[in-house]
Write a protein that binds this ligand. Sequence first.
Ligand code: KIV
Ligand code: ZN
Length: 531
Amino acid sequence: MAERVYVFDTTLRDGEQAPGYSMNLDEKIKMAKALEALGVDIIEAGFAISSPGDFESVKAIAESVENVVVASLARALKKDIDAAWNAVKGARRPRIHLFLATSDLHLEYKLKMTRAEALERIRENVTYARSLCDDIEFSLEDASRTDLDYMCRVVETAIECGATTVNLPDTVGYATPDEISRMVHYVRDHVPNIDKAIISMHNHDDLGLAVANTISGIEAGARQVECTLCGIGERAGNAALEEIAMILKTRQDHLPYETGIVTTEITRASRLLATTTGIKPYPSKAIVGANAFAHESGIHQHGMMANSQTYEIMTPESVGVSQTSLVLGKHSGQHAFSKKLVELGYSVGKEDEDRLFAEFKRTCDRKKTITDRDIIALVESTEEKESQIWTLESFVVNSGNHMDSTACISLKKDGKVYKDVAIGTGPVYASLRAVEKIIRHPFSLDDYQLSAVTEHRDALGEVLVKVSDASGTYRGRGVSTDVIEASILSTLAAVNRMLSGAKGTMGQGQSASAMSFENDMLTGHTDKSEA
Ligand code: KIV
Ligand code: ZN
């Protein structure tokens, strides 16, 4: 029988530490719920001591999910452990995750401690953490570069003091699969109380070996894997959750291990990450990249038609990719539409369903074939309309290759319509300036991404933007067959969040200066909307 491997997801901690991936409280809660639906066993919700925002989000996640263990990271320090415990104690199944570096390099240069002092610190703090919480994980930071005999003493001590999971990270992504295997075997063979704890893997991807090392660790006896959606994380990231889950599922013949991951939820969860952060996985990314299941070459297509197994080792459906098939059309009624929503896994209230159906009908007028992917994009863009302060009433844009673009936009607020005109070097630029003039709130456009939801000429365009003012950075999404409309809708979604007082995110390296479009013109600053 297949042995169970526990999935510890750290998208919201190690993943969120990566530049550009910061999320606000609501986004983290939504992500945590998606991870719960995905079937992860443990969610590392953050590093409670690191900021009041992190503390609040760990606490809120602990109170929002039910069927998963919720962990907070803590250094081996009393104040960190107290913060972690206060943040997770409201969870049905709380965990404190302590760590201390154990390699000589880290001990000497970073911690300025001897091995004996570090051991004492571990003894004291694991004991203290265990006095608060029954589920304690201890991580030996930089384990893969730690002396093996010292590692065994640390692991033994941590377990003796109450650790129930011991994590052996390859913190800098330096190890190779055989070294990881040797390390895990060594610990299993030389730590007398190792049967009282689960061994965990936490591998970084600096040399592109994170997933291979994780699988090697499992084969050597690790039964917890730490990973993130799409492999996001510090530097080159962590082991990718979806890759580990699909390797174990696809290669059952060779790897008799199972996880609780509901693989059909993978695409939905990774899409949520992409739309929340505005960063899509690169097209050839295994499992979740746009090309992961595309067969372009004639030889492949021929083979696929003869027998799909010639080139397909897993089906797109097994990871929740819905095919580009005609699903509904102009003549479909609300009943069929509502059935389709349920089939796609959405449960929306009556009001949202009515609004979505109206948008669906509007899209049918502009686009012949409506696929599952179109419907998913419409549903996700409706979620953008939670705080609608300003809505789009109408727009007219004039653009050409020998002229400046002009945009005339009407927006509605509290039942009143406001109108303004603006000029720009491109239609998007002109439109966003007109929006800024109407709302009278300067903002800067930090990022703009346009992509097609499906392949054909009449595809829906999806625009993801990041805008900022002094209070932070806000994301927005808009979907339409008209890319200018999608641009305006995405900007309105972002500025509505900005104006409603929703907390923005301030990722590393992102400035929150309120550089207005007016200023951009005056200073010659190149704004990304100059399209
Ligand atoms: O990479 C690492 O070592 C970590 C630990 C804190 C678990 O993230
Ligand atoms: Zn890490």
